[in-house]
Design a protein around this ligand. Structure first.
Ligand code: F6P
Length: 371
């Protein structure tokens, strides 16, 4: 396979979408491998695609990416709103809101100005959908690395960030047990995940939640209420419910918290825990409380699994660049690192299958999925 001559190699790197634990570990892995092994020049682009359009970047040397393996967030900044194909210029204070425009030519201009051989885009489905358009319209040579706490990217077993989010959510739900048992309450914990229930399923299973509600299996509130009441009748003094932000009642809709107009995916979910808690209190006459875990799931130091996965992903991204295999997304499939074409995943979501092994295992120990 033809290899890019590593001398004079120039590579840009950006992080797009919501932040997640392990982003810095990938930045470190890609940058150090390129600098140490290939004497390459690496540019960090700030705030995802916003920096690519606005030409905000900085050259990264090895010292810039030292000591960041364990750090949460991203040293480059990120944006889950910036879209070069529908770009909203930053709004001036008191100024009028401008219409979005196609600023993809600005991305190409920066790519040329920096004389890049490749651009590494670390992100989720939104970032990859834009990467795909930049490849096709602007002929940019892009390699993708999959991140998201939601674990909803298809064709990869895991995205980095997911295991850390699950661990954080699990520990938080463990702590809810204290008040639940002391006050004999029903505690409803809302976790993130957008349209997929991966975090709810894994954190719910790991924390021994009595009820797990995920978007893939619309629930019947009567079934949840009956289950909780029955537990109480049988002398169980409390119940824990782990609900995904995207969970919805059978025949009903997801709970939308806000609409972010200038975002490629404008819907932000949230609020289901409070809704459920009120409904269940009315129906069961048991005391219910809601907790929304929110952004703590995205924060903090990555767990060991995410650090190692991020390091392997970064290393493979460099190998793809050297092999001139552009337009590829690094993935983990059946435990092996490999890659797939970015356009195979763009715009698609990996959902929890109803017969997933963990669904069957938790059902077998008596967990209710609201059906
Ligand atoms: O995709 C990651 C995620 O945290 C989702 O779980 C959540 O629905 C969304 O991002 C929240 O987005 P924002 O940061 O715009 O509030």
């Amino acid at each position: 396979m033809a290899k890019t001559r590593s001398r004079n190699l120039r590579v840009g790197i950006l992080t797009g979408g919501g932040d997640c634990p392990g982003l810095n570990a990938v930045i470190r892995s890609v940058s150090k491998a390129l600098i140490y092994q290939h004497g390459a020049t690496v540019y960090g682009i700030y705030d995802g695609y916003a920096g690519l359009v606005e030409h905000r970047y900085e050259r990264l040397d090895a010292r810039d990416v030292s000591n960041i393996l364990t750090r949460g967030g991203t040293i480059l900044g990120s944006s889950n709103k910036a879209n070069p194909f529908a770009y909203y210029p930053p709004q001036k204070i008191g100024g009028r809101h401008e219409e979005p425009r196609d600023a993809s030519a600005r991305c190409k201009a920066l790519y040329k100005k920096l004389r890049l051989n490749a651009l590494v885009c670390i992100g989720g489905d939104g970032t990859m959908a834009i990467a795909d358009r930049l490849i096709k319209k602007c002929r940019l040579r892009i390699v993708g690395v999959p991140k998201t706490i939601d674990n909803d990217l298809p064709l990869t077993d895991y995205t980095f960030g997911f295991q850390t989010a699950v661990q954080t959510a699990t520990e938080a739900i463990d702590r809810l047990h204290s008040t639940a048992s002391s006050h004999h309450r029903v505690m409803v914990a809302e976790v993130m995940g957008r349209y997929a229930g991966w975090i709810a399923l894994f954190a719910g299973a790991a924390s021994g939640a009595d009820v797990i509600l995920v978007p893939e299996m619309p629930y019947e509130i009567e079934k949840v209420a009956a289950f909780v009441k029955d537990r109480s009748r049988r002398g169980k003094k409390f119940s824990i419910i782990c609900v995904a932000e995207g969970a919805k009642p059978k025949g009903g809709k997801m709970t939308v918290e806000r609409i972010v107009k200038d975002s490629p995916d404008p819907i932000r979910l949230g609020g289901i825990a409070h809704k459920l808690s009120r409904q269940l209190e009315d129906m069961t006459h048991l005391e219910c409380r809601a907790t929304v875990l929110g952004y703590v799931q995205r924060g903090g130091t990555p767990c060991a699994f995410d650090r190692t996965l991020a390091t392997e992903y970064g290393h493979h991204a460099v190998e793809l660049i050297l092999a001139r295999r552009f337009g590829r997304l690094v993935v983990l499939r059946n435990g092996r690192i490999g890659s797939v074409a970015i356009d195979r995943i763009a715009g698609r979501i990996k959902k929890v299958p109803r017969n997933h092994m963990l669904v069957r295992a938790t059902r077998a120990v008596g967990t209710c999925f609201g059906q």
